[in-house]
Design a protein around this ligand. Structure first.
Ligand SMILES: Cc1ncc(COP(=O)(O)O)c(C=O)c1O
Length: 366
């Protein structure tokens, strides 16, 4: 640890805040780092820009969008919810229609989850921005990028995102413990007038302290050192290469799922997530059992189906510091755990399909 009030400390803060803009792809947006998690990032984004009673429009297409909405409601915000099937992406046309119907511009913000980690669904944020522009609506665009930022293409400025939210434990490859948000100038202008209660997450304190390179309270130092390293890793590889690597690894995982004769939860190929694949389990098989057997017998951690999807799927995470061989190992473990749980699977079928894909499309080495 080191003295976070020392005159040497601002160098670290300033370098992190500066390099984070490259991860968010923003020139004008301003990043903030809280000792928190992604959920804290939701709260920070909402309470600094809104007042109790404000209306929001949100899409609910999985467990994380459901929790984001719940966070907003518990702060006294009124959320108009567009419910779609879990497995579907965000529907830009429905957002456009809802915004056009709001002639008085009562809706202050649109809430979406870029990558629904619960279902392995990535939505088209640029299309949502186009829908908002087509409706000529001034609402802010709040985007949960917890499982996309740092892994999937994310362009805050080009997509007109006003509040982008992430955490340290996904694309940034760190332990949990940081909630990171990036705020557009348009959203920053609302921080003074927003009336939601806040103390820990008050951006006014953060802005004041960050100006000198400090934090208003003890920062999560070890994670800031880690963030310095993960930003170096990402920027050294190059963000475009990072995006391409995730696409390629995900294509390998999807080739395996195909070879197993199984389906992913995403209902259309354009919604397939390149950071997490949710695999629907065959009828009569409990997804939770596959996950438990993978953990107990093969030391492999798979993601569970959450709430509505409990037991119906298991999730393979493929984000962060990952390469072909790590993915092939995980797929081998999935094959064994599925066989343990009674799924008819030919050993090597998925591993082979992924290996063939990786061999055909050599990785860019850096
Ligand atoms: C898309 C998404 N949003 C929000 C969260 C919540 O983040 P945290 O668990 O860091 O609070 C998660 C966690 O997995 C997530 O995947």
């Amino acid at each position: 640890m080191e003295d976070h009030r020392s005159s040497a400390f601002p160098h670290l803060t300033q370098s992190l805040l500066q390099d984070l803009t490259k991860i968010f792809h923003t020139v004008d947006g301003r990043p903030f780092i809280f000792p928190a998690t992604g959920s804290g990032g939701w709260e920070a984004a909402l309470v600094n820009t809104l007042s109790p009673g404000d209306r929001l429009l949100a899409v609910r297409n999985g467990q994380f969008s459901a929790l984001f909405i719940n966070c907003a409601e518990r702060h006294g915000l009124k959320v108009d919810v567009i419910d779609v099937d879990w497995g579907d992406g965000v529907p830009p046309r429905q957002i456009e229609t809802a915004l056009k119907a709001d002639a008085g511009h009562e809706i202050k913000g649109v809430l979406i989850v870029h990558n629904e980690t619960a279902t392995g669904v990535t939505s088209d944020v640029a299309a949502v921005r186009q829908a908002m522009d087509a409706a000529m609506h001034p609402a802010l665009l709040y985007v949960d990028g917890v499982s996309s930022i740092g892994s999937l293409e994310f362009r805050m400025d080009a997509w007109g995102v006003d509040l982008a939210i992430t955490g340290s434990q996904k694309g940034l490859m760190l332990p949990a413990g940081l909630g990171i948000i990036c705020v557009s100038q348009k959203a920053l202008a609302l921080v003074e007038s927003a009336r939601c209660n806040r103390c820990f997450f008050d951006l006014r304190d953060m802005i004041k302290a960050n100006q000198g390179g400090f934090f208003p309270y003890t920062p999560a130092l070890s994670l800031l050192f880690g963030l310095r390293e993960s930003l170096d890793m990402l920027l050294e590889e190059g963000m475009e290469q990072v995006f391409a690597r995730h696409r390629r690894l995900a294509d390998g995982v999807r080739a395996a799922v195909d070879a197993w004769g199984l389906k992913v939860c995403a209902s259309r190929p354009e919604w397939n997530s390149d950071t997490v694949t949710a695999v629907m389990v065959p009828d009569g098989i409990d997804g939770a059992q596959i996950i438990d057997l993978a953990f107990r017998r093969h030391n492999l951690a798979l993601g569970a189906g959450l709430t509505k999807m409990a037991g119906k799927l298991f999730r393979i995470g493929h984000m962060g510091d990952l390469n072909d061989l790590m993915v092939l190992g995980a797929l081998g473990g999935v094959e064994m755990a599925m066989a343990d749980a009674g799924v008819k699977v030919e050993f090597g079928s998925g591993v082979g399909a992924a290996a063939a894909h990786f061999q055909r499309t050599p990785a860019a080495h850096h």
